[in-house]
Design a protein around this ligand. Structure first.
Ligand code: AKB
Length: 318
């Protein structure tokens, strides 16, 4: 039975991934580690929670053997827009954190999951059907930490045999934990505004097309990749994965099918627009489909139906 540590467990992916892993392996086998946000709800009540700053190598090095950790899902990181406002801080959290995790994994023989992002690509990358292996050259500090992270994970595998694996996530949409400081956050914010006010002012232009994914698929991708027989993998890190690709205008139109009086306006944030403009429009994820059977369950219509159902219920109970 694996003994799993999830860093960034109070964040957008971490909170749901921790609960999914606890369901799968038993609550006692999954340790949640967070730093900036306090755990709440089921996360706080179902298993062990530790406060951990991933930049603290000594604390991580003590925790891993003490708890007999065999697998680390390393999710603690700053997202794109907030990273652009504090580049040095973003480099520190995103890179020192990953290096510390890889070092502990090397010393104690752990498997590692590292989430990269569409941000690992840049303006020189082919924007449509973006190949698995292509020019990356990201123009944001967040993207630079992601591409460096992919390379570091590959290096630790080649040099030390660390079983490090990862995907390039698109924008993630969750009905539970809110994202913080990302460029794709509009695709979550819009649902709360639609249910509460029937209007949303989007910070990206109407036609900004980006890859997206509903959180249950994102959780499934991480677990499925980590459990795949290593012999099937040609790549290990930075697998392109996507489930849908849409613009704010297309998302608004799909919401209007459920809420006909919903309207959208545009109040462009130049920082986030510039970041979005540097990312691909639609990735080719055939390598993930071929090597480990990646198959998303939610398309735009299914995601919008499920999000509206959950957000409506959540706001009614508040
Ligand atoms: C962000 O917008 O920063 C993230 C991402 C695409 O990595 N959601």
């Amino acid at each position: 039975m694996p003994r799993i540590l999830v860093t960034g467990a109070t964040g957008q992916i971490g909170a749901e991934l921790t609960l999914a892993l606890r369901e799968r392996h038993g609550a006692d086998h999954v340790i949640a580690a967070g730093h900036r946000r306090e755990p709440s709800g089921n996360l706080a009540h179902t298993g062990l929670y530790v406060s951990l700053d991933v930049r603290d190598a000594a604390a991580l090095d003590a925790l891993v053997p003490e708890q007999g950790v065999t697998v680390i899902y390393h999710l603690a990181a700053l997202l794109s827009a907030v990273a652009e406002e504090q580049p040095l801080h973003a480099w520190d959290i995103n890179m020192s954190g990953l290096l510390n995790v890889l070092e502990s994994a090397r010393k104690y023989g752990c498997q590692v999951f590292f989430p990269s992002s569409i941000a690992a690509f840049g303006p020189d990358t082919p924007p449509f059907d973006t190949p698995q292996d292509t020019v990356q050259h990201p123009s944001t500090i967040y993207g630079i930490t992601k591409v460096t992270g992919e390379l570091l994970c590959d290096y630790y595998h080649r040099r030390y045999g660390v079983d490090a694996r990862g995907v390039r996530y698109p924008g993630l949409i969750s009905n539970q934990v809110l994202p913080g400081g990302g460029t794709t956050d509009y695709a979550v914010d819009i649902f709360y505004a639609a249910v509460k006010q029937r209007h949303y002012d989007c910070f990206l232009r109407a036609g900004t097309q980006l890859d997206m994914m509903y959180m249950p698929d994102a959780i499934q991708a991480a677990i499925q990749l980590m459990e795949t027989d290593a012999n099937r993998l040609t790549h290990r890190n930075g697998f392109n994965v996507t489930a849908m690709s849409f613009t704010p205008a297309q998302l608004a139109a799909e919401i209007q099918r459920h809420l006909p009086d919903f309207t959208i306006g545009y109040a462009i944030d130049p920082l986030r627009q510039a970041i979005a403009d540097s990312w691909p429009r639609h990735m080719d994820d055939s390598a993930a489909r071929y090597e480990w059977g990646w198959q998303p369950r939610y398309d735009l219509a299914a995601m919008v139906t499920d999000m509206l159902r959950h957000i409506t219920a959540k706001l009614r109970n508040e």
